[in-house]
Design a binder for this molecule. Structure first.
Ligand SMILES: [Zn+2]
Length: 287
């Protein structure tokens, strides 16, 4: 039964025409790292061809992966299932090649956390609710922007040393109400500890929000953003170009926070992914 499923699954994309001409021999080589993909993971797609390509793009659930080497994010709420990844390339002679890859997304066992917070931080008054809505619209608009230039390079680094105090994807129940899952990780560190850029990018936002407190967001290009929340102070301005390890601000407890920590979040083409899964890509991302 399983085999039949694979056969049925593979046939449609092998027959898929891509562009004007599809050559019988397909020179594209597509590799995916790491091999096991779970909800909330990011994975690397590496494509190679014997001839120079004039364009290449990949698709996974409607999102582009980028150029020769692309990162693909699997949102934490992606249904565990088998999906198809498609890579389409055009060479300088105008010939198009398409390659499909079966991708199986495994289930991640996200924990459930019960929290008690002051009522004023959970049951918001109309004025605060208005502010929260405005701030979430601003973030949504920011993440919809896709800058084509890739500004990140090589391996990603931890923005602060410090133990994990809040895991990614935790289903949160605050004062008895189910809230949205934790879309980043919390790293416990002393107030004032340096927070650095996890990779190269441009400062897309420096602001103070109700939930996230003093916040810095970096745009790494290609729809990849990193977030640094609850800072005590910020040390960069919007528009500045930063490189891996550059100082962005200091650990604090601003916004809705129960103590000094850094909330580190990563989003790629709208998919909320585990920042630690970027660190797991290190061995594949050397310069
Ligand atoms: Zn957090």
């Amino acid at each position: 039964m399983k085999k039949l499923f694979w056969v049925l699954y593979l046939i449609p994309f092998l027959l898929l025409p891509a562009g004007k001409v599809v050559r019988a021999e397909n020179p594209l080589r597509v590799e995916v790292f790491p091999k096991g993909i779970k909800q909330g993971d990011v994975f690397l797609v590496r494509t190679s061809a014997p001839a120079a390509l004039s364009s290449i793009h990949g698709e996974f659930q409607g999102a582009n992966t980028g150029t020769y080497e692309g990162l693909v994010g699997v949102d934490l709420n992606t249904k565990p299932s088998r999906y198809e990844m498609k890579v389409v390339a055009t060479d300088r002679g105008g010939h198009s090649y398409s390659k499909g890859l079966p991708c199986k997304v495994e289930k991640t066992d996200f924990a459930v956390q019960k929290l008690t917070l002051p009522r004023s931080m959970v049951d918001l008054d109309p004025k605060t609710l208005d502010r929260v809505n405005r701030e979430s619209k601003k973030l949504k608009a920011l993440f919809e922007g896709v800058q084509r230039e890739t500004l990140w390079r090589g391996a990603f680094v931890r923005p602060v040393e410090g133990e994990l105090s809040g895991a990614f994807g935790v289903r949160r129940i605050i004062n008895g109400q189910t809230k949205s899952p934790h879309s980043g990780i919390d790293l416990r560190a002393d107030e004032g500890t340096s927070v650095v850029a996890c990779n190269g990018g441009r400062v897309a936002l420096v602001d103070e929000f109700f939930f996230t407190g003093k916040s810095v967001i970096l745009d790494h290009g290609g729809g990849l953003y990193s977030m640094y929340f609850h800072l005590s102070e910020t040390g960069v301005s919007e528009g500045a170009r930063v490189h891996t390890g550059d100082l962005l601000g200091r650990v604090g407890s601003t916004g809705r926070s129960t103590g000094p920590h850094l909330h580190w979040g990563m989003i790629i083409r709208g998919a909320r992914v585990d920042p630690l899964s970027f660190l797991r890509l290190t061995k594949y991302l050397q310069d």
